[in-house]
Every structure is written in C-alpha cells, then in structure tokens.
Design a protein around this ligand. Structure first.
Ligand code: TXA
Ligand code: MG
Length: 344
C-alpha cells in the first residue's frame, strides 16, 4: 500500500474523514504525539490498528472525542470527571471511566473501563468533527518504538501499512498524555504526561501515582495500564540513565563513554543544555534545558530515534528530578533504559 503524506488542508481532512468512515486507518497529529486512528465503534477497523502497529491485542486504546459532550455516550461521566474535562480539555489528559456498551471489546481490550481524551490540536479536532465519530488512536509507532512526534517518524515506522498520514509538523508536548484512572478509589496516575500531578491536585483532593510509574512491574503484579507491561520507548542501543549531582553525573558519563569507546562502540551522551560544557570533545546530543523541562519532553523521543538513525550502540543519558513534567520524562527515560539506572 502506498502511504500519502498530506498537509492538513480542508480537502485532506475530508479525505481522512472518508477513510475513517469507511473503516480505514489514518495517522494524524495531536499536541502530544502522532496517533494512528480508526473508528472506535467499529471492531474490524480497530483490529487493523493492532495489525499495523504489531501491538498485542490485550493493550487497550485511547478513544479521542471532539468535546466533553461527545464523551457521554461512551462512558459513565460523573461530576468529578466533568470538572476535570472543564479544566483540562482539550489537552493531554486521558480519563479512565466505566465503559458503556457501544464501545466494542476490541477497543478497550475487554476491560470495564474506557480511556477518553479530547486532543488540543486543530488538525485532530477538525478530523474528529469532519468524521463525526470517536477515534480510537494509540501512538502511531510500531509497538515498542519511541512514539512519533513528526510525520516522518510515522512514515518510517508504519509507512506502507496505512493509506494516509496528515502532516501537522512537530508535536508541541512530545510525550503522550497523562492517563488518570478515575475508577480507582483514589484517582491514580497510571501514566504521567503533560498534565502533572501538581496540576491535578488543584482540582482533586488526592491524586495517587501508580507504583509502576518509576519502577518495573514486580513478578505477578497486575498492570493497571497494560501498556506499562511492555518494553517501550526503547532505542536499539543500550541506554543507561545516570542520576545524581550534575558534576558527578558528568564524571560518570565521561568514564562510561571512554570505556565504550575503548571497546570500539559508537557512543553518545544525551545531556541538558546547562551541562554542555562538561562534555567538550565528546559526541553529545542536547535534549533541552532544565530551566524549562517542557523542552526536554518535546525533544526526548526524536533524540532516541536519532540514536537509532546514527547507529549509536551505547547511550548515556542524564536523569532529571521527578517533580512536575519531570515525572513523565523520567517514566519514559526509565523504560527506554529498561530500568538501567546508575546512581552516583
Ligand atoms: O497522548 C496520547 O495519549 C497519544 C495520542 C495519540 O493521543 N495516545 C497514546 O496511546 O499514547 P497509546 O495506545 O500509545 O497509549 C495508551 C495507554 C496504554 O498504556 C494503555 O495500556 C493505556 O493507555 N490504556 C488505554 N485504555 C486503558 C484502560 N481502559 N485501562 C487501563 N489503561 C488503559
Ligand atoms: Mg504508545
């Protein structure tokens, strides 16, 4: 199948809506990452997503809606959910709510809950309005790869498997949405993202963070968010996360760099702008500034993909504190590192 990459003109959005209404797949930009969409109410269409991504079918999808009102037919929306929608939609917050019968099992992997979100992107919203359907869309990467933040990333991963990619440029946030489980006794972040725990606490009396956010699942432990079970965000090279005071981190990274170099391996350090001078003469890629950690969220996945493109075998990455958006960044970094974290 030939994949067309189209600028999101009115005509291209109409064509994308046509494809979705006909049971096909379309990749489209959101403010977080690119999504791979299908009609969320059509079990056959949804199955095509799992095939195109190589995704295990027990991993449920997020359903995107055009407005808070559009959530009502799909899930049991209580007062608390309405408050959060009013505060954060459109935006990078996905809510897990009790599912209604119209949502087929294929979409939410047969769970009792369904994940809903209204994206904050003009192209995604125009597409939702044009097709007048809820759109099930996981990130548009091959399963296990870092999520795509440009149309080119989507093309590289699943080009040839889908008819159309709407190219809306680079995604602003760069990490996937926060997933908040509202079916738990205390609202629980099962995946941290652009809407932080601190922001949620302004609207909820208590917010838990699932234990598995910063550590691997223990043997026999059940994932609240099945996506957290799988190897994820992983570049092909071996990534080690180095945590501690920045001068010591730089020393450790430099030492590991030299060791890898002696073994004849291709090495790169992923560093924050503030620390650039500590790595003079070493192959380094800057991944944003600690002063504005949103820049790190924005740059991380593209940096991981660039490591693959350059054939880097050993990747050393500076860690960040876990407050605010730092929690989401560390959640992705820990998984990319398969939890290889060196404390110095
Ligand atoms: O920002 C985003 O959320 C992007 C864009 C495209 O909207 N989408 C995205 O989808 O990241 P995906 O499928 O890559 O990640 C969805 C996560 C997975 O970890 C999945 O297990 C979890 O949400 N999830 C979805 N429905 C769930 C449910 N009913 N219960 C528990 N976890 C659920
Ligand atoms: Mg994903």
């Amino acid at each position: 199948m030939r994949t067309i990459i189209a600028k999101p003109t009115v005509e291209a959005i109409a064509q994308a809506a046509e494809i979705l209404r006909g049971g096909g797949l379309v990749a489209f930009p959101t403010e977080t990452v690119y999504g791979l969409g299908a009609n969320a109410l059509d079990a056959v269409a949804v199955q095509k997503i799992f095939e195109a991504k190589g995704r295990p079918s027990d991993n449920p999808l997020i359903v995107h809606v055009a407005s808070p009102d559009a959530a009502e037919p799909l899930a049991v929306v209580d007062e608390r959910a309405r408050r959060l929608m009013a505060a954060f939609w459109p935006g990078p917050l996905t809510l897990l709510l009790p599912k209604k019968a119209v949502v087929p099992h294929e979409t939410n992997a047969g769970l009792a809950s369904v994940a809903l979100r209204m994206p904050d992107h003009p192209v995604a919203l125009a597409l939702l309005t044009a097709c007048a359907l809820p759109i099930a869309a996981p990130s548009a990467n091959r399963s296990g790869r870092p999520s795509p933040t440009t149309a080119d990333h989507v093309q590289k991963d699943i080009g040839g498997r889908i008819p159309l990619i709407l190219d809306g440029g680079a995604c602003a946030v760069g990490l996937e949405s926060t997933v908040l489980d509202l079916t738990a006794p205390i609202p629980t972040i099962v995946r941290p993202g652009g809407v932080t725990r601190e922001m949620l606490l302004a609207h909820l009396p208590a917010v838990r963070v699932a234990d598995s956010v910063l550590r691997p699942l223990q043997v026999g432990e059940k994932a609240i968010s099945p996506g957290m079970m799988y190897r994820h965000y992983a570049p092909r090279g071996t990534l080690t996360l180095v945590q501690g005071e920045s001068a010591k981190v730089a020393q450790a990274c430099t030492r590991l760099y030299r060791e890898a170099e002696r073994e004849g391996k291709r090495v790169c350090i992923l560093a924050f702008t503030e620390n650039e001078a500590r790595y003079t003469g070493l192959n380094t890629r800057l991944i944003g500034s600690l002063e504005s950690p949103e820049t790190i969220a924005h740059a991380l996945f593209a940096a991981l993909r660039a490591m693959d493109d350059a054939g880097v075998e050993v990747i050393l990455c500076e860690a960040i504190a876990t407050d605010g958006i730092g929690l989401a960044i560390m959640n992705r970094m820990c998984r990319a590192a398969a939890f290889r974290v060196l404390e110095v």
